[in-house]
Design a protein around this ligand. Structure first.
Ligand SMILES: [Mg+2]
Length: 311
């Protein structure tokens, strides 16, 4: 028997406890096994635990397997959970309707241990490949931070969430000062190394759950800070400017200091109905522009406070 693969969670939803027991025994070597005896309980558990695989009984009292599957497909939080239907209906038509409903596979009852194990193993392997691809698609190749595409999606989601709960959402746009001059002097390879170090600083600074640092393009980065007040944003901007200056990467042709520095545009707001995520980005961008104009190596909060930095 193979050891349990780390990180794999299999959720069994079935209204028959004997079937749950049997299935659990068959797949327990392939991951952490959870179970629920109704569709509603299964959905709740799935949202909490984000299983890679859901073994879903078709014939259930109350919400049947198809209805549960429908809910799973519609829930963005469960987008990456694959469903395998388990059913005694073994006609080709039944099998086809399972696959048409968006399930990745179909396991017939009565259950055969070897078949169950082979199918679960195959789909866990596929799921892990898909997750790796997904991560690559969301990542910036050079710095390993998230990319702009992913950031824009998260910003939209967080913006909506903060509007719903009336919480302050913070945004920081970071631009490496005189980066073109740095590349001109040292070449693109050192330029890339510089961006990687700056990215590392951003990663260090984004530690609370939900905080997200991304490369926005070229030498521009962006950090999303959930539930963060303007005051806290100013402190963050200060810290970040100091942190990047403290890297001590020589940059003699820079205008603000003889080492690499960054300018930071900050914005925080409790979104109301008229506000939009793009307008928020625009405000942070204006603040970044103001930081540049004021002499670089500093952060500026949109709509007021200027947090000056000492070189
Ligand atoms: Mg049943």
């Amino acid at each position: 028997m193979k050891a349990v693969a780390p990180g794999n969670t299999i959720l069994i939803i079935d209204d028959n406890t004997d079937t749950i027991r049997l299935l659990s025994t068959m797949v327990r070597d392939q991951g952490r096994v959870l179970f629920a005896t109704s569709g509603a309980a299964g959905l709740e558990l799935a949202r909490l635990q984000r299983p890679q695989l859901i073994l879903l009984d078709v014939e259930m009292q109350g919400m049947d397997g198809f209805a549960v599957n429908e809910r799973i497909r519609q829930d963005p939080a469960l987008r990456s959970s694959a469903v395998i239907f388990v059913t005694a209906q073994s006609s080709p038509e039944a099998e086809i309707s399972c696959l048409d409903a968006g399930a990745v596979d179909f396991i017939p009852k009565p259950l055969n241990a070897a078949v169950v194990q082979a199918r679960v193993r195959t789909h866990l392997r596929l799921q892990s490949a898909l997750a790796a691809l997904d991560e690559l698609a969301n990542q910036d190749g050079l710095t390993g931070l998230y990319n702009r595409r992913y950031f824009d999606r998260q910003l939209a989601a967080e913006f909506a969430r903060h509007r719903r709960h009336q919480l302050p959402l913070g945004l920081a746009l970071i631009d490496v000062d005189d980066f073109k001059l740095f590349n001109d002097r040292y070449g693109h390879q050192r330029g890339d190394a510089c961006l990687e170090e700056v990215a590392e600083s951003l990663r260090d600074g984004a530690r609370r759950p939900g905080e997200l640092a991304a490369r926005y393009g070229g030498e521009e980065f962006v950090v999303l800070l959930p539930n963060t007040t303007p005051d806290a944003m100013v402190r963050y901007g200060d810290w970040l400017c100091r942190r990047i200056a403290a890297l001590g990467i020589p940059h003699p042709s820079a205008s603000a200091a003889p080492h690499v520095t960054a300018s930071v545009g900050l914005y925080a707001l409790i979104p109301s109905d008229g506000d939009t995520a793009p307008a928020m980005l625009h405000a942070a961008d204006m603040a970044l522009y103001a930081a540049k104009r004021a002499g670089r190596n500093r952060s500026v909060l949109a709509g007021g406070t200027v947090a000056d930095m000492v070189a």
